[in-house]
Design a protein around this ligand. Structure first.
Ligand code: ZN
Length: 91
């Protein structure tokens, strides 16, 4: 069930049990899964990259990818690598 990203996709369009929202920093190659709970309601996946800042190098990552995890092949290990969300009032 692969859905192309279109303007206006919300994170809820991608159920967390099947999809992970991954941010990739183009500055240093850092990547991390986003904490959905920290995202403001109504923020589209297209708008998310502009709200992120890399915790490793301080730059803004330019890429957000929706990764399908439903097959169980994707394992995310690295909670300590969670990127900060700038200007959202959360760490
Ligand atoms: Zn970085």
């Amino acid at each position: 069930m692969a859905e192309p990203l279109q303007a206006g996709n919300l994170p809820d369009d991608f159920p967390p049990e099947r999809f992970a929202l991954m941010a990739f920093c183009e500055g240093c190659g850092h990547s991390a899964a986003l904490d959905r709970a920290s995202l403001p309601p109504g923020l589209t996946v297209q708008a998310i990259p502009a709200r992120l800042r890399c915790t490793a190098c301080g730059r803004r990552p330019g890429t957000l990818r929706v990764v399908y995890t439903g097959a169980g092949g994707f394992k995310y290990a690295g909670a300590a690598m969670m990127p900060g969300l700038e200007g959202l009032g959360s760490a």
